[in-house]
Design a protein around this ligand. Sequence first.
Ligand code: GTR
Length: 496
Amino acid sequence: MQWLITIAVVLAALALVAFKLWRFGKELSRLSSGGETKTACHGCPGSARSDADLGITIKPLVQIGDKTKHALIALWVVVACIGNVGMSQEIRPPNYDESKASNFDLVSVLAGPDGKLIESKDQWAAQRKYLVDLLAREEYGYAPKDSVAIRTELFDDGPAVLGGQTKANIRRRQIAVFLERDGKQVRVDLALWSPKDRPKAPCFLGLNFRGNQSTCDDPKIRLTTSWCDNRSPGVVDNKATEASRANQSERWPIAQIVEAGFAVATAHYSDIDPDYDDGFENGVHGLFPEDRIDADHPSRWGSVAAWAWGLSRLADVLETLDGVDPKGLMVVGHSRLGKTALWAGATDERFQVVVSNNSGCGGAALSKRIYGESVARINTAFPHWFNRNFRKYNDREDLLLFDQHQLIATIAPRPVYIASASNDKWADPLGELLSGHHASSAYRLFGKKGLDAVELPAVNTPIAQGAIGYHLRDGEHDMLLYDWEQFIAFAKQNGF
Ligand code: GTR
């Protein structure tokens, strides 16, 4: 509607300009041919009549006749309208009507660049590479090819304290991981809990939103010094205070995970890249100034790609540590960090199991369904998460020649788990499930079962018979013990 009004106003203004210019031209030719002008501006400052009335003569520096003035005003209207079209395009309101979300075509995950379908698992490595490249170019951005030096400092090693109790069976370590390049460094604090009775434990690795101290009540966990969102409890002037301890511990049931036989490692995502749009100066983007995204390089890495790259650097460290099975690394994440976990799984095959929790748009949810959060909304609210090419699809999902099922497929044949929550409509639970469903043909190449379902299961009824697991937890956008219990069961079922 706004488009129609704007187009009508532009056309009217253009007609007015044309008319004024025509009249102005006619007047000029009359003057140059010695004709008399009859265009006195009565009452205008500087007009002969009003000055004469006052008995004075004022000679303006530049005399603007009212035809010129009208022409200039009309021109201004045109410019303003064009600016209006460019600047304030309305974003389509979010859709929650399922009948409007079902009409879309998806490219098969087996289709190569020429559209032909691959037929055997021997062709998968090349196909996977093609898909990762497509998603890097159009959505997440390419991480730099160059590497960093990694230096570590173990600054804490002792028994865990969880729920106010010292846990003799759980080893807690904290490692400062320094990522260094060209005289610059970024410090990422890795916190790790591992079972004392399992010498090589498979390890869940996931980033947290508020600092390692927010994941449990252990007073020995170092308080993050990285940027924190002021809206989080216990944060003052973007810095975490003591009051922020354990304020997201419900997302990290550490004792239960370790007592189930797994190690669990986490780091604050802000250590890797603070989550605000600063033109990619800070965090690990700052280590690679020559790889910064700009108008000429729209496919370089955004923040999701930076967080995923950071997870790979933490994997570099974890695979060297005793107590952790280097062949049992599993990546997990909630929401924006669920998107990140999926991209880390796509770009780093060392992650043997990939878990996305409520990852939504730009994560597991199919963009072409246009349900809940849309590409335009995410790119507008979080302009730094994806690359600039992804903006081409703002409210133009019809132009997408790819979708998030291909992201899920890049993980094949490794197991992937997709978790949704019933009240998290913004993340489109059905779109998250359908991504898994449409990724399944990649798994079938390997004789593995994917996800057959095309409808949401009942709440709290996981579907996890195949290599693609799914559940719809009853409740809100969050990552809770129930979710972790399913991730653990899925990992065990897949041999970890
Ligand atoms: C929301 C965003 C979602 C999701 C969420 C989160 O504001 O729209 O895509 O990532 O943030 O990360 O908590």
